[in-house]
Design a protein around this ligand. Structure first.
Ligand code: MRU
Length: 367
């Protein structure tokens, strides 16, 4: 996507040819700062502290973390220590393990003196693959938007609700949930997006709204509780969200609050689609209750980042001193509430048979 008119990805090799540049997402939408990662601990911190976040971008950052590891110590011990450190950063998004496994499989069968170059090549390939996959998801999702657009009278937009940020900033490029939206907008279709703010970290209002602004896509930011009301009043045609891990049976884990949107969509007969790169499918799990749900620090609930009237960016406290805080970061939407999964190979039902038929080479495998 373009940032201030210039095409950019969210992760790239620095001009020095070995370190890795990312965009610090913790200070959005107030500042746009590029951060350089030079080591495995740098990459691990960037993932844990959410300078990078979103399932596909977490995987891409971990892949480059392995390349940085091979630069320092290409031994088997160096490889497995980097794998462990990076794997421990965040528990829910399965793309992390997928990317680390892909890197390890390539590197382990090479002699040590070839590992560094191969790791950089493979990390770059993984990023290119992510871009191609998300673009294909956009092409398939576009057909859904086109079909709804045909039912509209002139001037009426297709209203799409999305939760969290499953956009450009969550991937290497395009986004997953936003990819069909960007494609529809670029084609001249009249699309309008309802952007859930997505408490507690506000990935919707800080990240998705920023992206849509950059790309010129019409949207409104709404509080998380507004979705049901808008659905009851015919103001939502389609819900599109991303996912951090989808089980073999089609249960979808995504940012906390997604389940409530799926329930409201179900009650109002509104299609609820999940954009799903195949790297996010965990064929080793048959039930969403098995997915580890990240419990994040309570300070994300008690405090928010904002800009004061004098322009100062500051963190302010919302809750009384001493109130206990709970912060589950993800929830699981059961497959029965999902209208369909938009993958790079096409749109399928959220069920075991459909997913296995679409990805026969992966079905039945441990992730
Ligand atoms: O905690 P985050 O910001 O990493 O959570 C991100 C999400 O839940 C996204 O919706 C998901 O990773 C899909 S991104 C293509």
């Amino acid at each position: 996507m373009k940032v201030n008119g210039t095409p950019m990805r969210t992760i790239w090799l620095n001009d020095d040819g070995w370190s890795v540049d990312i965009i610090d997402q913790t200070i959005f939408p107030f500042c746009f700062e590029i951060v350089t990662l030079r080591s495995v601990p740098d990459c691990a911190r960037a993932i844990t502290d959410m300078l990078v976040r979103g399932a596909p971008l977490i995987g891409a950052t971990a892949a480059y973390g392995m390349a940085l590891a091979m630069r320092k110590d290409a031994s088997d011990a160096g490889l497995s220590s980097a794998y462990e450190v990076l794997h421990a950063t965040r528990p829910t998004a399965i793309n992390l393990k997928w990317a680390l496994d892909r890197m390890r499989a390539v590197l382990l069968c090479l002699p040590q003196n070839q590992r560094e170059a191969a790791a950089y090549t493979e990390a770059a390939r993984l990023c290119d693959d992510d871009v191609a996959v998300n673009s294909a998801i956009g092409d398939h999702g576009l057909e859904l938007i086109k079909a709804i657009a045909k039912t509209k009278t002139a001037g009426e937009p297709v209203n799409i609700l999305t939760h969290c940020n499953a956009g450009w900033l969550a991937t290497v490029d395009w986004g997953t949930a936003t990819s069909p939206i960007y494609k529809a907008h670029d084609l001249g279709l009249n699309v309008h997006v309802w952007v859930d703010e997505t408490r507690p970290r506000n990935q919707g209002d800080a990240l998705t709204a920023w992206e849509l602004n950059q790309h010129g896509v019409p949207h409104h930011v709404i509080v998380d509780n507004a979705g049901g009301h808008l659905m009851q009043h015919g103001k939502v045609d389609l819900v599109i969200v991303g996912t951090d891990r989808t089980c073999a049976n089609g249960d979808v884990c995504n940012k906390i609050g997604t389940y409530l949107k799926a329930l409201a969509a179900h009650d109002n007969n509104i299609p609820f689609y999940v954009t799903l790169p195949s790297s996010t499918i965990d064929f080793s799990l048959n039930d969403g209750v098995q997915i580890p749900i990240e419990e994040r620090d309570g300070s994300e609930v008690s405090h928010v980042l904002g800009r004061a009237e004098d322009g100062t960016v500051l963190k302010v406290q919302l809750t009384p001193d001493g109130s206990p805080l709970a912060n589950p970061a993800f929830d699981v939407t059961p497959a029965r509430l999902v209208t369909g999964l938009i993958t790079e190979r096409g749109i399928v039902a959220a069920d075991t048979a459909a997913l296995a038929a679409l990805f026969p080479e992966r079905a039945g495998q441990a992730h």
